[in-house]
Write a protein that binds this ligand. Sequence first.
Ligand SMILES: [Zn+2]
Ligand SMILES: [Zn+2]
Length: 68
Amino acid sequence: MNCFECDQQGQPVVAVAVCSVCGAGVCATHVRTEAKQLRQPAHPGKVMHERPARQLTCPTCRVAEEAV
Ligand SMILES: [Zn+2]
Ligand SMILES: [Zn+2]
């Protein structure tokens, strides 16, 4: 699969990830990595046990999520 963003610009670049929102392929340049806490943050003084989940998105979906 090729990067959707690069493909739009006429450049076939192999995708290294898949956007978790729209499912488009994204290359290393276009992939957006975000650490998401799946649960509510623990109260102060409490030890966090949950590790943040990784979410990979394309630039388009990243912008859309930030605009909320
Ligand atoms: Zn790309
Ligand atoms: Zn996307």
